[in-house]
Design a protein around this ligand. Structure first.
Ligand code: ADP
Ligand code: MG
Length: 515
């Protein structure tokens, strides 16, 4: 039932597009170094590769934004050495970029219909005709939206649907989506996948770019994996398991053993009883011993982030009690949480965790800056530099120089800086919220390894995450939150991904019991 022929003779296949041995260099960077990719009509094809592997550059070659240095692009029986954007569109290629290229100040209708009006060379805008055009566009994907709403006021998912509707207005044969799920909730991802299947039913192929394993396995019919600008393999999902997929992506082999604590001191460092924040969560009870990694999972809105913030003093509890090392404490502020030995790695490292324009070194030592200032207020730069250098080494942060700005680092390395910054405060409890969101597979494994090592040294760790494999693999206990309450605690050693997913999404009464 696959849409593409698996015959040996690829000339037999009537591809929507075939790119062969594409190369492209930018000043000093060989972004593409021999990429070959074929997509059959209606096929859902995944282009996978780590950050910087060349995915976006390849898309720009296919859509006519970049001219390749060598290689060919075949479409509709014609062979091109390069394309311009209108040739790409005329041959049925449409790209949904990560920023969707929508105009926030214009209405949905204007975003959808203005192009058509302008393309038709019309001088006078006929609003009725525009409305009809726009209506027809959203009808194609059963998208129910107020055509007069300003696009800037829409959710990310809705903006994406506007971009998809617009792409379908021309005769698209291939829709390319560059990391379309980055900012979507699980439910929105499901809705998007339904649209992709709809497109397929109408013979429209999708090239889906992602490095999120679980997703690409769910939707893709075939994979092309690239690394450092080179094609590594094209294969079917049944030819891949997660381990092979990671290997092709990174060129590294990872140990996928589940976490079992090496050292658990059976004396809780953290005890939480009946904790609650009005309107966010209630009746939370948990204990955590040194050496443990506790997972707290739940969907967006389940209260998981609020609980984390509460344990970090950023959202003080209205009810209940927190004990650290057996003593009741009040975490009324972040400062008091830090003083009690709690560290927190926030969900959005870019906005919450780091000063991007400051150096790597100063970001690391900023939370323990006091220790480098003498009683008379003199800052000991040599000592601070040495401490920063130690962490750079310890956490294998890939930088030629700790004096460089954090903004020069990849996402995975930025996340390690956030870690380093908190470890420098020598916490007893480290809470991480979505520690590997948007991070490459390679860095993700490294971060997990670091957390396991820290646990083995006696740190108590809490990972808050909706990444099911992440908590199953790396925690020795997992608590599930739903509608502001802990609804289950499971042993990850005997729990499957799908069992956990079910617990997370089970409908339950809302917090006040009235829903
Ligand atoms: P991906 O989308 O897989 O993350 P990209 O295609 O964006 O990767 O980048 C591939 C490589 O090419 C990276 O090293 C990136 O820094 C480099 N690169 C991409 N676009 C440009 C450009 N316009 N100028 C210089 N280097 C670029
Ligand atoms: Mg990209």
């Amino acid at each position: 039932h696959s849409p593409f022929t698996r015959g040996k003779d690829s000339s037999m296949v009537d591809n929507v597009i075939a790119v062969r041995d594409i190369r492209k260099a930018f000043a000093g960077v060989q972004a593409l170094d021999g990429i070959t990719l074929e997509i059959a009509p209606g096929e859902i094809h995944c282009l996978a590769g780590e950050n910087g592997s060349g995915k976006s550059t390849l898309i720009k070659v296919i859509s006519g934004v970049h001219s390749p240095d060598s290689g060919t692009i075949e479409m509709n029986g014609k062979t091109f050495s390069h394309l311009n954007p209108s040739e790409a569109i005329a041959n049925g290629v449409q790209v949904i970029y990560q920023d969707f290229s929508v105009f926030p100040n214009l209405s949905v209708m204007e975003n959808l219909a203005l192009n058509a009006e302008v393309a038709a060379g019309r001088t006078f805008i006929n609003w009725r005709r525009m409305r009809a055009t726009a209506k027809a566009a959203i009808a194609k994907i059963d998208f129910d939206i107020d055509l007069d709403a300003k696009v800037g006021t829409l959710s990310v998912a809705q903006k994406q649907l506007v971009a998809i509707s617009r792409a379908l207005m021309s005769d698209a044969r291939l829709i390319i989506m560059d990391e379309p799920t980055t900012a979507l909730t699980k439910r929105e991802v499901d809705a998007l996948f339904k649209i992709i299947l709809d497109l397929k039913a109408r013979g429209i192929a999708t090239l889906f770019v992602s490095h999120k394993l679980e997703e690409v396995f769910e939707i893709s019919e075939r994979f092309t994996i690239i690394r450092n600008g080179e094609s590594v393999i094209t294969c079917l999902p049944e030819d891949l398991d997660h381990k092979k997929f990671s290997y092709y992506m990174t060129g590294r082999e990872f140990d996928d053993a589940r976490f079992t604590p090496e050292l658990v001191v059976q004396e809780p460092v953290l005890e939480v009883s009946n904790l609650g924040v009005d309107g966010a969560f209630a009746d939370v009870n948990l204990t955590l011993c040194p050496g443990e990694i506790l997972g707290i999972t739940g969907l967006l809105g389940s209260g998981r982030t609020e609980l984390a913030l509460s344990l970090f003093g950023a959202l003080p509890a209205d009810t209940g009690q927190i004990r650290l090392d057996g003593k009741p404490v009040t975490l009324a502020s972040i400062r008091s949480a830090i003083a009690h030995g709690i560290g927190y790695v926030p969900e959005d490292r870019l906005t919450e965790g780091l000063f991007l324009e400051r150096s790597i070194g100063s970001n690391i030592i900023i939370s323990e800056i006091d220790t480098f200032v003498s009683k008379v207020g003199v800052f000991d730069k040599a000592k601070a530099d040495a401490a920063a250098a130690d962490w750079v080494k310890e956490l294998r942060i890939a930088t030629p120089n700790p004096e460089n700005a954090v903004s020069t680092l990849s996402g995975g390395n930025q996340q390690r800086i956030v870690l380093a910054k908190w470890l420098a405060t020598k916490p007893k409890v480290l809470i991480l919220n979505g520690p590997t969101v948007g991070v490459d597979i390679g860095s993700k494994h490294d971060i997990h390894r670091i957390l396991r090592e820290l646990a083995a040294e006696g740190l108590a760790v809490i990972i808050i995450s909706d990444d099911i494999p992440e908590v199953i693999q790396n925690c020795n206990r997992v608590m599930v939150m739903n509608a502001g309450r802990i609804v289950a605690e499971v042993d990850p050693a005997v729990t499957t991904d799908s069992e956990l997913a079910q617990l997370m999404s089970k409908d339950s009464a809302s917090l006040n019991g009235k829903g």
